[in-house]
Design a protein around this ligand. Structure first.
Ligand code: ADP
Length: 461
């Protein structure tokens, strides 16, 4: 597999080469269409002004004059009607020129060698140091016919400025390639880091380090990757804690049951002890059954919305019926229970919402003080309903409030330790409320009481 680094360098350098070729072809077309004819007519004008001067000044020393012209940057070839020829200035690389062309010019015509120079030579035709690549013009000197072939001496005209631009181009290309090689390394490095971070994540190592200070897409990606890693780590922690909690909560009633059944096998125990042990075993079994029921409910709630069987029902009526079923327990604990539950219709899953009220009411009884009170209210507002469960129980401190909806969390006070519970009730309540797009808030003062406020939207009605 080619690395991204190599690919990037190859693609960038490839693009540079391709764009140079395209630029060359475009500038070549421009040369052929525009510059070549312009150059041809410019040189023709120069040639004509040279010959005009010779024609008008018959006393001019031809040799000296042509020498002078060549010294200002031209290559010249002159032939007379007798076939005598001479060269001035730098020599041509290729001196061949058909006799017909020489005769054509001697007969008074102009030869446009620059304009007609073959197209295939591209822009380099401009540099071709050939006698064919000249302008030919006739002139007469001392009543003798001549043909003058002239072209600029490119080598001489290519002065320091041209060289400077040449080097500039070479350095630009060279430095761009070097910079592409290094900058690509800088660009690709975070991707390699992300790859190795992904690998270590898949091996269960969540403590990955990435550069999140970059202000570009890669910085954003690293940032999201890190927050994903943190979430995965939290989920992993929750999973581990969940498993260890379940194992503990299942293990302790099981070992109690095992211990008491062993004691029951002992023939020497009294009838009273026997009844006591059977009752303990019975309690442990119902604790286990309660735990598995709650776990099954949580598992199905975790699957999401599709378990909801929503319909419209009277929520005030529902809570009143629940209160009635708890009346004996409330009386037994000596708790005063009052409620304001008007008839309000909501759209939701009646069975799951009943589980919510059941948990909140049983907690308000469980964690209340003897002779305490519970107040339940239902209030309908424009967009939602509010159900409040207020007790005068043991209350919660701020640390406990923060964790109260966590799975298996139980506030560890001397009071709660003696009360039966799994620590799953409120997390079930929270999940059901969230599935109904609602919210739940807790207000509590330690040793004074707690109030749970459930808000459910009416919009689905
Ligand atoms: P549990 O089975 O222990 O009742 P919950 O999830 O219903 O589990 O409650 C979690 C913990 O929150 C309880 O163990 C208790 O410490 C605390 N709690 C819940 N309701 C109340 C309340 N009304 N007053 C005081 N503490 C409460």
């Amino acid at each position: 597999m080619k690395s991204l680094y190599v690919k990037f360098v190859v693609v960038t350098v490839g693009i540079m080469i391709l764009s140079s070729i395209l630029a060359f072809l475009i500038s070549n077309a421009y040369y052929q269409q525009k510059l070549k004819p312009d150059n041809d007519s410019k040189i023709t004008k120069i040639a004509e002004s040279v010959t005009t001067y010779i024609n008008e000044n018959s006393d001019t020393n031809l040799n000296v004059y042509l020498d002078h012209i060549s010294s200002i940057g031209y290559q010249l070839y002159v032939i007379d009607e007798m076939g005598e020829e001479g060269y001035w200035g730098a020599g041509f690389r290729d001196n061949s020129l058909p006799v017909s062309i020489k005769e054509l010019v001697l007969n008074g015509n102009t030869y446009h060698g620059i304009l007609n120079f073959p197209q295939e030579t591209f822009v380099t035709g401009f540099f071709a140091n050939e006698l064919k690549n000249t302008i030919g013009v006739p002139f007469t000197h001392n009543e003798k016919k001549y043909a003058l072939f002239i072209r600029p001496d490119i080598k001489l005209l290519f002065n320091e400025m041209h060289l400077l631009f040449g080097w500039l181009l070479i350095f630009t290309i060279f430095l761009s390639i070097v910079m592409v090689i290094f900058s690509t390394k800088y660009l690709v490095k975070p991707i390699s880091k992300l790859t190795s971070a992904t690998k270590s994540l898949s091996n269960g190592h969540f403590n990955v380090e990435l550069d999140i200070n970059r202000n570009d897409e890669l910085g954003e990606l690293s940032n999201s990757f890190l927050s994903m890693a943190r979430k995965l780590e939290q989920m992993d922690d929750v999973r581990k804690e969940f498993i260890s909690n379940i194992s503990h909560d299942i293990q302790s009633p099981l070992s109690n049951i095992k211990g008491y059944t062993k004691l029951l096998e002992n023939g020497s125990i009294s009838q009273q002890e026997k009844e006591q042990f059977v009752s303990i075993i019975h309690d442990e079994i119902s604790r286990l059954s309660n735990l598995t029921k709650q776990l099954l409910l949580l598992a199905s709630l975790d699957r999401g919305d599709d378990i909801l069987k929503k319909k419209s029902f009277n929520i005030g009526q529902q809570i009143k019926e629940l209160v009635r079923s708890y009346q004996w327990l409330v009386g037994e604990e000596g708790i005063m229970l009052s409620y304001t539950l008007p008839d309000v219709t909501v759209f939701g899953d009646p069975s799951l919402l009943n589980t919510v009220w059941d948990n909140l009411l049983s907690n308000a009884i469980k964690y209340n003080n003897p002779g305490g009170s519970i107040v339940i209210t239902l209030e309908k507002r424009e967009h939602s309903i509010f159900v409040r469960f207020k007790d005068t129980g043991i209350g919660l401190n701020s640390v406990e409030i923060d964790r109260i909806f966590d799975r298996f969390y139980r506030a560890d006070t001397s009071r709660t330790r003696t009360i039966e519970g799994t620590g799953l009730g409120l997390s079930i309540v929270w999940t059901i409320i969230k599935l109904h797009d609602g919210d739940i808030q807790v207000e509590s003062i330690e040793n004074e009481g707690t109030m749970f406020v459930v808000e459910l939207p009416l919009s689905h009605n």
